[in-house]
Design a protein around this ligand. Structure first.
Ligand SMILES: Cc1ncc(COP(=O)(O)O)c(C=O)c1O
Length: 369
């Protein structure tokens, strides 16, 4: 869209932003789709989280607790953290925005990978800073390439670990190596949105690094394993001075009362989280293996989603596969915007949904139209 010559002009960088395109949620024909486009949990939220939400629905005339004290305390006691160093946000998206707002400006650079979460580019540009995009190696983040991209202007490094949309992860030893090589004035943002799903001994979400350094922040979300994406709830664990900065610039009531109540109840329902982990442990390998059996390449994932690669050939490619899946009522995520034009990202669904995907893609691979 072109800017009228006499109208208010946004700050430099803002018109360079491609707006974020969320996962689609409907298919033509009005049938209820199998929605596997946004890495939401197929198990839904905890029943106690829904009940807590409903209870607060009777008191909507009241402002929420602007400090989200009960939620920060619940998170702190679950992970053994200091609640003063936790800041809650309207989704981890808001926290990424606030971090960029506080630490990036014109002339600064923020580094992230070519397949990194799209929001990093948006929040960097919207603060007038320059995105520095580094290549991955075989869909994996390369710490060496990040370090090669550091300049005196680097202010922030964003690392989604596990990465969305590849599902790959950086072992903690590598994260520590990255951190150790960064100047102390460079902020390392460890975006651990999918941490709960990871079953690897060499993975760490970032708590230790935040606890032992002054320049690392870890962001987390209630949108994935806790099944509360609709509420927009995330949190960051920060050094004290960064929590102080975020608390100065966030909206005074940035978390709603129903979200606080549901978040506290969700944290307490450990059985629900365990069930989600067990579900993913069962269906992530199953779906990966079944798709490989029919000749597709799947990047090994530690999250609740997989990246499926298609050939470049137009008739067998990702666009054709996406169209075919939609005709069967299945919505995946196109990831061309992540530099992956020949791939689709699939969220692990219910058993029935995963079987439907395998059946549809088997048909697609055979050339059925
Ligand atoms: C890597 C990553 N970080 C952050 C988010 C944002 O999560 P939230 O819903 O908490 O804003 C997502 C959501 O897809 C994500 O994939």
């Amino acid at each position: 869209m072109s800017q009228p010559t006499t109208a208010p002009t946004p700050k430099p960088g803002i018109l360079d932003i491609d707006p974020y395109v969320p996962g689609e949620s409907s298919v033509p024909g009005g049938v209820k789709p199998i929605k596997l486009s946004s890495n939401e949990t197929p198990l839904g939220p905890s029943k106690s989280a829904i009940a807590a939400y409903e209870t607060v629905a009777k008191e909507l005339e009241r402002y929420p607790d602007g400090s989200a004290t009960s939620l920060r305390n619940a998170i702190a006691s679950a992970y053994g953290l200091n609640p003063d160093r936790i800041v809650c946000g309207c989704g981890s998206d808001e926290l990424l925005n606030l971090l960029a707002h506080a630490y990036l400006g014109p002339g600064d650079e923020a580094i992230f990978t070519e397949h990194g979460f799209l929001v990093y580019k948006i929040v960097t540009l919207s603060n007038g800073a320059k995105p520095v995009v580094v290549k991955c190696e075989n869909h994996r983040t390369s710490v060496d390439r990040i370090l090669e991209a550091v300049t005196p202007r680097t202010k922030v490094v964003f690392l989604d670990n596990p990465n969305n949309p590849t599902g790959t992860y950086v072992p903690f030893s590598e994260v520590k190596r990255l951190h150790a090589a960064l100047r102390p004035d460079v902020l390392l943002v460890l975006d651990s949105a999918y941490a709960e799903y990871v079953r690897r001994n060499d993975y760490e979400a970032g708590l230790e690094l935040v606890a032992t350094s002054e320049n690392t922040v870890m962001t987390r979300t209630f949108s994935k394993i806790y099944g509360l994406a609709a509420l927009r709830l995330g949190w960051a664990y920060c050094p004290r001075h960064i929590a102080d900065v975020l608390n100065r610039i966030r909206g005074p009531f940035n978390i709603t009362a129903p979200s606080i109540a549901a978040g506290v109840a969700a944290m307490a329902d450990k059985a629900h989280v365990e069930a989600s982990i067990a579900h993913n442990e069962q269906w992530l390998p199953w779906t990966t293996a079944e798709l490989e059996k029919i000749g597709l390449t799947v990047t090994p994932s530690v999250g609740n989603f997989i990246l499926i690669h298609f050939p470049e050939d137009e008739a067998k490619g990702a666009i054709a596969a996406d169209r075919f899946l939609k005709s069967r009522g299945i919505i995946m995520r196109r990831v061309a915007g992540y530099g992956l034009p020949n791939a689709l990202r699939m969220t692990i669904g219910t058993g029935e949904e995963n079987r439907a995907v395998v059946a549809a893609l088997t048909e697609f691979q055979k050339g059925a139209q």
